[in-house]
Each structure stands twice: as C-alpha cells, then as structure tokens.
Design a protein. Structure first.
Length: 192
C-alpha cells in the first residue's frame, strides 16, 4: 500500500515478485493513496484463489460496484498517476516540515528517520526518555503521538521511539504540536 508513495524512487518490487513456489498472496489497496473511505483493494491469490474467494464470500457477499467502477476509471485514465505525483509532493513537504521542527525542538541526541515510502516518521529519542510517558503527557495536552512500544512485541524494545504521521498538512497548529512534543522530551530528559 505504501509502495506507491515511494518518493522519487522507483516502487520497490512486491514480495510476490520473488515468489517461486506460489506461496505468496499479493494484497494491496487504494486506501492510503486515493480514498481511505472507499476501503477498496485487491488480492492476487494464485493457487489459493478458491480459498480466499470462499473467505471473502463468508464475510461479505458483494463489493461496492459504483466505487469499484470509479476506481477502475481513475486507474485506466491515468488520473491516478497524476494524483500520486501531487500527493507525493504534498507528503514530502509535510515530512520535511515535521523533520525540521523535530531537529530544532527536540533534545540533543534525538535522531529522525525519514520514510523511504509512505509518510510515517520514526524519531529515536535519547535513551533515558520513555516514549510511553511522552505519549501520556502529550495526550493530556490534546496531542496524539504513537509510542514505539505499540509496534514491538517486547516491552523494552522501541521504548524510546516515537512514530509521527507526516501525511498531514504542516499547519502552524501541527508544527506547534511537534514543538510541544519537543518540550515534553526536554522535560523528561532533564528528569522532570
């Protein structure tokens, strides 16, 4: 799903491209790139086609024909490619603005990883800062941020990581929220 958002780089090959035994089921969607509310995607199930079809039929008998027709038209007309170019430009601007604000607002020792595809920015905080505590304090200020432990099976893993969403317009309100996160991190780094 995020492959279409691979910045200036060429879309990386899907795992299915390396499947020599027919064991990989390829799934993708337009939900991250075109219309999240449409909830439309596809599956190339190969030898598992009948099993996947059976599971699909058990959960939902019909898709949304009008939405599927609209998606088909957008893909066939070339409008999707134009839309992607525009979307990637806006996402890149948002990511750059957020990263710049992190670099100027967070404590020394903070590292930022810009996404190669997609729009999720990973921030590595100095080791003494607990991302769950940042999350808790940020929520009290009305700021949503994803702490690293949510994405790790081990409690100690990613304890000082935050995930920021770069898909939003970099408004003054958003950049102020990032700056407030930086202030929280400074407080925690100082032991407060």
């Amino acid at each position: 799903m995020y492959g279409d958002l691979a910045g200036d780089a060429q879309r990386p090959p899907a795992c299915k491209a390396f499947d020599r035994c027919g064991n990989v089921i390829y799934c993708s969607s337009l939900s991250k790139t075109l219309a999240p509310g449409w909830r439309i995607g596809w599956i190339a199930a190969g030898r598992y086609h009948s099993t996947v079809l059976q599971a699909r039929m058990a959960g939902e008998w019909a898709g949304a024909p009008l939405i599927e027709a609209a998606a088909n038209e957008i893909l066939a007309s070339g409008d999707y490619d134009r839309h992607l170019r525009h979307l990637k430009l806006h996402i890149a601007q948002g990511i750059q603005a957020i990263i710049a604000k992190v670099e100027t607002s967070f404590p020394p020792g903070t590292r930022v990883a810009a996404p190669e595809a997609g729009f999720l920015i990973w921030v590595t905080l100095p080791s003494q800062i607990d991302a769950l505590e940042v999350h808790r304090r940020a929520l009290a200020l009305g700021i949503g941020v994803s702490p690293g432990p949510l994405f790790s099976p081990g409690a100690a893993e990613l304890k000082n990581f935050l995930r920021l969403n770069g898909a939003n317009e970099p408004t003054r309100h958003l950049l102020n929220a990032v700056e407030q996160l930086g202030l929280l991190c400074h407080e925690l780094a100082a032991g407060h």
